[in-house]
Design a protein around this ligand. Structure first.
Ligand code: ADE
Length: 225
């Protein structure tokens, strides 16, 4: 899968994409993430990509020309299946959206800054608008890192144990069950006997019951979906 990202602060994406599972996904050639500096398509030699908003008011708006030129140039190399704009007024990101996006081959993600991007870019180019939650971040980069991570770990072959993403919280609308490691007795708190029983069927049943109970207690809305 190829993901292009447009940003005015590409450095913000360096660390999240260069370690751990995202590093491995790219090293294995399963994920190719290219972060492009939007100022490459600036309207002048000063690197200008934003301007005052019509109608007045505090805060700059990202200009349409640099974004349109960047999208057009990048699209010529990659026919994007989705052009995504990260924005707090977008559709709320969740596991099912991550699953759907993980099936795509080519994505473009636009990171906004300041007051956001000119509305005409949203109307003419953007095919999907995504929010990572009901709060406002300083820019779209950290939100983009969130969705690239959630998508990237789902690509076949990225995780060591191929099945493990299937048992993540939210797959099947259930939270994950509790997990334990050694020692079996930690300061008097014991690991549930069933996990030491060696009986795979009983263990599977226990984990499912725990998942349902945890979901009922913490996120009852998921069970209704
Ligand atoms: N940019 C700023 N805040 C955001 C959010 N909550 N989700 C996605 N992009 C954003």
């Amino acid at each position: 899968m190829k993901i292009d990202i447009l940003s005015v602060i590409p450095e913000l994406l360096d660390s999240p994409l260069q370690h751990s599972i995202m590093k491995r996904a790219q090293a294995k050639g399963l994920l190719d993430v290219q972060v492009h500096q939007l100022r490459k398509w600036a309207v002048n030699e000063y690197g200008q990509v934003d301007d005052y908003q019509y109608g007045g008011g505090a805060g700059m708006v990202m200009m349409p020309e640099p974004l349109a030129n960047a999208i057009t140039e990048l699209s010529a190399n990659s026919p994007y299946e989705e052009i995504i704009y990260m924005t707090p007024d977008g559709q709320r990101f969740d596991q099912s959206m991550a699953n759907q996006l993980s099936l795509k081959k080519n994505l473009l993600i636009i990171c906004g800054h300041y007051k956001g991007i000119d509305e005409r870019i949203r109307q003419q180019f953007v095919t999907k608008e995504i929010s990572v939650g009901d709060y406002v971040l300083s820019g779209g980069e950290i939100a983009a890192a969130v969705i690239v991570d959630a998508i990237g770990r789902l690509l076949p072959g990225v995780l060591n144990d191929e099945t493990s993403a299937l048992f993540d919280s939210f797959q099947d609308n259930l939270l994950a069950p509790p997990v334990f490691t050694r020692p079996a007795d930690f300061r008097g708190a014991k690991v549930p006997d069933v996990l030491l029983s060696g009986d795979p069927k009983k263990i599977e049943e226990w984990r499912y019951e725990q998942s349902v109970q945890r979901t009922r207690e913490r996120r009852p809305g998921l069970l209704e979906e």
